[in-house]
Design a binder for this molecule. Structure first.
Ligand code: FES
Ligand code: FES
Length: 159
């Protein structure tokens, strides 16, 4: 089987890997690069557990071929904190108990960060609409939405 040689940037660091043409970005992240924060919930674009950003756009990594990452900038949950310092969204999710089993949490955080990068002052409706592609079987969503809104307010107040 022919392997493709891909050069990309992942969480700010140059990365090269070999992959098969049909391998997904999610499979390469998890199985070849040991970046297992992105989860596979459905494998069909329905749950958001595998959310990453590619050149700043939020996508489901289970729907992207790894070969498509050539020359792109990929951000995963592993790049969200600043060393030991959690991103404000991560901190707020912990403080406000916006997670239970945690399977959806990396995808929720990546998606929420993409929202706040684009819209630092979202309404509750906008948060719910943005996160509609991220499914959670545990929390009932209210704590997640509250944590995102509270983080947005905190970030605005500290600027
Ligand atoms: S695993 Fe990608 S959307 Fe569910
Ligand atoms: S915390 Fe369990 S699926 Fe969301």
């Amino acid at each position: 089987m022919v392997k493709l040689h891909i050069s990309t940037i992942i969480n700010g660091e140059p990365e090269e890997f070999l992959c098969e043409p049909e391998e997904t970005m999610l499979d390469v992240l998890r199985d070849r690069l040991s970046l297992t924060g992105s989860k596979e919930g459905c494998g069909s674009g329905d749950c958001g557990a595998c959310s990453i950003t590619v050149d700043g756009s939020l996508i489901c990594s289970c729907l992207m071929l790894a070969a498509e990452s050539e020359g792109k900038k990929i951000e995963t949950i592993e790049g969200m904190s600043d060393g030991e310092t959690l991103h404000p969204l991560q901190q707020k999710f912990l403080e406000e108990a916006a997670l239970q089993c945690g399977i959806c949490t990396p995808g929720m955080l990546v998606a929420a960060k993409a929202l706040l990068d684009e819209n630092p002052d979202p309404t509750e409706t906008e948060v719910r609409f943005w996160l509609a592609g991220n499914l959670c079987r545990c929390t009932g969503y209210d704590k997640i939405v509250r944590a995102v809104l509270d983080t947005a307010q905190e970030i605005r107040e500290t600027k």
